[in-house]
Design a protein around this ligand. Structure first.
Ligand SMILES: NC(=O)c1ccc[n+]([C@@H]2O[C@H](COP(=O)([O-])OP(=O)(O)OC[C@H]3O[C@@H](n4cnc5c(N)ncnc54)[C@H](OP(=O)(O)O)[C@@H]3O)[C@@H](O)[C@H]2O)c1
Length: 252
């Protein structure tokens, strides 16, 4: 299938590790002109070299902390300078937060800001341009919101799903779609180092929770992102499509 993505411009946030790296590779292979963003420069320069060697086109590397107040303005300026506009925004940056119902406000606010407010603000920075060009694709990598416990990230992902659904109705008239993908358990830096460092515990977790019997790989989620980012997916908006090996128990 020709996804008709050649020459489109895209920004992938959280592309120094894990799922974002998979998304960057997948979009680059479709001929997308790419910018990648995270706080750590070195892994992004390595990824940009790898993509340049494979495709002949080197992604633009943007070093930014999305928690900074002026990040949306600065990132928008960097994209304007590089591409003159943006067609595809992949909001992927983020980390899980601990299930701590009684955590201090600062902990709740930081977790919520990272997984909701930063992506809302970045999206707002690019929305006028997408509206003016009458075309855009926004894909948010969120998280499963079936509550097994409560955390700031879980509440933030629920907020992103509701916000995206509402926004989809407003953006449709301008040819812009917005969709969410909650990963179940996808092999990534945070999964390996923070959430599942112990192989025995991980084995039990998989047996109890994941019908497919394994964690997913970043490319298994990235290919869905790439399809949703393409002109082919123009009639799909306001959706939440999990990539979770059957982990979610409830129909969405
Ligand atoms: N893997 C899973 O199974 C899973 C499950 C549920 C939800 N998710 C969601 O999927 C997305 C990707 O996660 P992942 O598992 O691939 O994690 P990861 O391997 O730890 O990657 C997270 C990415 O986000 C970037 N990031 C974090 N804070 C940032 C900030 N303040 N500003 C800019 N970039 C920032 C990190 O880059 P720097 O550290 O270089 O800034 C990194 O590139 C996240 O939103 C996560 O919540 C993943």
């Amino acid at each position: 299938m020709d996804l008709k993505l050649t020459g489109k411009t895209a920004l992938v946030t959280g592309a120094s590790a894990g799922i974002g790296v998979g998304i960057a590779r997948s979009l680059a292979r479709e001929g997308v002109r790419l910018a990648i963003l995270a706080r750590r420069r070195d892994p992004m320069e390595a990824l940009a070299d790898e993509i340049a060697a494979e495709t002949g086109a080197r992604p633009v590397v943007i070093v930014a902390d999305l928690m900074d107040q002026d990040a949306p303005t600065n990132v928008h300026a960097a994209i304007q300078a590089a591409f003159g506009g943006l067609e595809i925004l992949i909001n992927n940056a983020g980390l899980s937060s601990k299930p701590e119902p009684m955590a201090r406000d600062e902990v709740w606010n930081a977790g919520f800001d990272l997984k909701f407010t930063t992506l809302r603000r970045l999206t707002n920075a690019f929305m006028p341009g997408m509206r003016a060009q009458k075309w855009g694709r926004i894909v948010n990598v969120t998280g499963i919101i079936e509550p097994v416990a409560t955390s700031a990230a879980l509440a933030a992902c629920a907020a992103v799903h509701a916000w995206s659904k509402g926004l989809s109705r407003d953006l449709a008239a301008d040819g812009i779609t917005i969709n969410c993908i909650p990963p179940g358990r996808i092999n990534s830096e945070q999964i390996r180092t923070r959430l599942h460092p112990d192989p025995e515990v991980t084995k039990r977790y998989i047996a109890q929770n994941i019908p497919m019997g394994r964690f997913g790989e970043p490319e298994e989620l990235a290919d869905l992102v790439t399809f949703l980012a393409s002109p082919r997916a123009g009639y799909i908006t306001g959706t939440v499509i999990p990539v979770d090996g059957g982990m979610s128990r409830f129909a969405m």
